[in-house]
Design a protein around this ligand. Sequence first.
Ligand SMILES: CC(C)(COP(=O)(O)OP(=O)(O)OC[C@H]1O[C@@H](n2cnc3c(N)ncnc32)[C@H](O)[C@@H]1OP(=O)(O)O)[C@@H](O)C(=O)NCCC(=O)NCCS
Length: 180
Amino acid sequence: MFGPVLKGKQITLRPPDETDAARFVAWFADLEVTRYLAERFPLSLPQEEDFIKRIGESKNDVWWVIEAEGKAIGATGIHGINWINAHATTGTVIGDKSCWRKGYGSESMALRTEYAFRHLNLHKLKSGAIMDNEPSKRALQKAGYRQVGIEREESWRDGRWRDHWLCEVLRDDWEREHPR
Ligand SMILES: CC(C)(COP(=O)(O)OP(=O)(O)OC[C@H]1O[C@@H](n2cnc3c(N)ncnc32)[C@H](O)[C@@H]1OP(=O)(O)O)[C@@H](O)C(=O)NCCC(=O)NCCS
C-alpha cells in the first residue's frame, strides 16, 4: 500500500508518482547513501518501477515518498506489518544528500509514527541502525524509539564489522509523550 498525504512543517509524505523510480536509481547507486542501508546494490529503472509496483500492491507495507523543498528527497515506510500482533518494522532513506541534516528525517519518522499508531492501530514499531549511524539513531530516539538490544558485528561496512543497534517504540509510551 502507499500511504496517504501527510503534511508536516517542513516535509510532506506522499504516494509515489511515475517520475519517482528514476530518482531512486540514482540515489541507490551512491555508496554514501547506501552506506548504512540493508540494500546496498543499485537497481535498474525497470527493477525500481517493479519495486514500487509491488510495494503498492502489498497488504503488509505502507510506503511514502518524502518531499521537501518542492522535490522528492527520499522514502519512508512501515514494513512487514503483522496485523494480528500489531507490530511492524520501519525504515527511512533520504537519497538527496543536499537534504541531510535539515530535520527532514526526524520529521518523516514523527509523521510516520503518529500515522502507525493513530490510523493503523499498530501497537509497536521496530527499527534499527548501524551503531555509528548517529543521525538515524538520534532521529529514531526523537520519534520515541528506545534501545532494546545490540546485535554484535552484524554488518560488514567500510572494511570492518559493525554492531547493529535495535530499537522499538510502544504505542502506550508514545501516547504518554503525545497527549491529544
Ligand atoms: C539517517 C537519515 C534518515 C537522517 O535524516 P536527516 O534528515 O539527515 O536527519 P535530521 O536532520 O533529522 O537529524 C537527526 C538528528 O541527528 C543529528 N545528526 C545529524 N547528523 C549527525 C551526525 N553526523 N552526527 C551526529 N548527529 C547528527 C541531528 O542534529 C538531529 O538531532 P537533533 O535534532 O537533536 O539536533 C538520513 O541522513 C539518511 O537517509 N541517510 C542515508 C540512509 C540511512 O542511513 N538511512 C537510515 C538507515 S537505518
